[in-house]
Design a protein around this ligand. Sequence first.
Ligand SMILES: O=C(O)CCC(=O)c1ccccc1C(=O)O
Length: 319
Amino acid sequence: MAEDLWYWKYKLTARQPVNAKSQRREFVGALVRIDEGFGCLHPWPELGDPSLEKCLEDLAGPRRWSLVRRTVRSAKEDADARFIGDPLLEEIDVPKSHATLPWQDDRILESAVSKGFDRIKMKVGRDRAAEQRYLIEAAAKFPNLRWRLDANETFEPAEAESFLLGLPEEFRWKIDFVEDPCPYAESTWSALKSRCGVPLAVDREAAPVSSAAQVMVVKPASDEPWLLAEAAVSMGQQVIVTSSMEHPLGQCAAAWEAAKLNVQFPGLVGVCGLQTHHLFTPCPFSERLGRWSPEFQSPGGTGLGFDDLLERLPWKKLS
Ligand SMILES: O=C(O)CCC(=O)c1ccccc1C(=O)O
């Protein structure tokens, strides 16, 4: 039987640019409705994804891209749960999250600490000297925080090394990991790890074959979590599941995958990156995810949640 296929385009507005690869403040994506299930499609063209239009075309047609396939997979699981009235996120523990802080802002850092975050993920690679000063000061003010630095591959290997060695040793001990310091290569990453003494985390394409990384970042929006988790186990890595900084429905899909992996592979999943709705101006969906906190709050409803809000969207038929 042919599928019933609908979409609704959304726009998220960030308070400031959210990573070193992108100066955009507005991010478009789509919620999709496949029969009775809902999923989120949120491409990052600056990180190599096809445009939203291309993704929607692919969704209506061959479904070649993993981003699109993952959305379909998630919507089907959502449909099954809705059919039996099962609220996915209310019957399982979602791992805690770090505070995603794309901007160096004292007030936001203080707010993160007061809300109980003990790990901070900061974007680096835009203004290195300022970032180093900021990190040193922030660590002096909040000595118990641990840091996750995400460079989105903006450094050359030598720059990554000088950036990290330019941080005091006491600070380097507080680094949980550095994510994508430079493009992945076994030799450069191994050298960086041994010279700087900090764990490295790998994100996106390189992930399944990245034995020089200590941490694997899994984004369920585009990755198949189970396969990557098995690869991580075989390489002795820890897994961190993150959102794709997408619509709250997609965040819930990522949270659900994080919770499942945590059950399927006990001890594998570390503190995740699932709390990203505060980066954007609030909407009725993000309000359901509650205040910014290390604990993920279920939005309520069946499946991935938001039943009433989803029902009310002006869905368009995809053909
Ligand atoms: O890891 C997080 O805290 C949130 C996820 C995140 O940062 C991200 C999400 C989508 C695309 C790129 C990135 C990134 O790592 O910059």
